[in-house]
Design a protein around this ligand. Structure first.
Ligand code: C5P
Length: 227
């Protein structure tokens, strides 16, 4: 009964976290949402005035990185772990379109990445982990036994994200959500440090035309081949 590491990477809103949560629950593994960590750092930068629509004070953020403590706590009602910034539950604060608008800029900083990657590697050191993000199969766990690379059409993805935000009660416009998804994909793919990239040994998975159940069924087959 050897535990493995599962790395799920891909574009924004491709359903990575849905699959990752389903898999973690099914296998009794830990689920780590690495994007939530980049979002928490971004939220920290926002509330400290280091980033807004006019400026990004990278130096200030970098010199304060030591004051940022991110942790996860399992919420048994929700069935997954929520993210905490310096002891405060920020799960809701980090999912806004505003944070989504700045996060890919923050994620370009090598200093931010190396701090978060170290923490992610620690969380996965005993295996039995499903982690989703952009660089999990390439940088964080290059030796992961199973790597998935998820994609779906930009429209499908924007529709999903839009519905999520509306369901939460956020007042957003579809066009803004679509533009954010496209901008983040562009920045994530074109940054110098750990760009979004399919690992050579990752399995491509396009779910544009798949229900959640069908998708999970297909992915379980892939898992069964490895475990
Ligand atoms: O996964 P999610 O969409 O919440 O991630 C938010 C952003 O965090 C991404 O658009 C990307 O800029 C950054 N990110 C990253 N590396 C990861 C996870 C997320 O650069 N492993």
């Amino acid at each position: 009964n050897n535990k493995i590491t599962i790395a799920i990477d891909g574009y924004s809103s491709t359903g990575k976290s849905t699959v990752a949560k389903q898999l973690a629950k099914h296998l009794g593994y830990i689920y780590v949402d690495s994007g939530a960590m980049y979002r928490a750092v971004t939220y920290y930068a926002m509330i400290h005035g280091f980033i807004d629509e006019h400026q990004f004070n990278k130096e200030a953020l970098i010199s304060n990185l030591q004051s940022i403590e991110i942790s996860f706590k399992f919420n048994s009602d929700l069935g997954f772990a929520e993210v905490y910034l310096n002891g405060e539950n920020v799960e809701k604060q980090i999912r806004t379109l505003e944070v989504s608008g700045f996060v890919s800029k923050v994620a370009t900083l090598p200093e931010v990445r190396s701090q978060l990657v170290k923490q992610q590697q620690k969380m996965g050191k005993d295996k039995g982990v499903v982690m989703d993000g952009r660089d999990i199969g390439t940088v964080v766990f290059p030796d992961a036994e199973l790597k998935l690379f998820m994609s779906a059409s930009a429209e499908t993805r924007a529709k999903r994200r839009y519905k999520e935000l509306i369901d939460r009660g956020d007042d957003v416009r579809y066009e803004d959500v679509l533009r954010n998804v496209e901008e983040r994909d562009y920045m994530d793919t074109n940054r110098a440090e750990s760009p979004l990239l399919k690992a050579p040994d990752a399995i491509n998975f396009d779910n544009s035309n798949m229900t959640r159940d069908k998708q999970f069924e297909a992915i379980l087959k892939l898992v069964d081949k490895v475990i």
